[in-house]
Write a new protein. Sequence first.
Length: 137
Amino acid sequence: MMYEVVGGVLIGLAATLLWFSVGRISGMTGVVSSVFMLRDVQRHWAFWFLLGLVLTYPLAQWFGLEISIQMTDDYGLILAAGLLVGIGTYLGNGCTSGHGVCGTARLSPRSIVATCVFIAVGVLTVALMNALFGGGA
C-alpha cells in the first residue's frame, strides 16, 4: 500500500512539474511521440521525462526496494494488448495518464468521460477474462 501512495504522489509531482516548467501535459502518448518528433527542437524535456520513467525500476532495485512485477510470457497476448492500447489511444486522443491524471485534474470534460470509459472497459475486461479463463485476484 505504501508504494502505491508514494508512486501516486510522485506521478502527481512529475505531472505538476512538467506542466509548470514546460507547459506540457505528461500523458505518455504525448511524451513518447515528442521524443520522436524530429522537427521539434524543444523535445529534450520529453527525452529526460521518458528516461526518468525507464530508470525508475532499476533505481528502486538499487535502493533495495522489493517491487513485484508479474507479466505474461504469451507474446501473442502482449502483441494483441499493445495493438488494442495503441488503437484505443489513437481513437481516444490520449492515454490513461494524459486523460486520467492530467485531464481530470484540469476538470476537462473530455478527459473525465475518457477516464470513466477506461475504468468501465477495464472492469468489463477483468470480468470477461475471469469468466472465460477462471482467473482470480
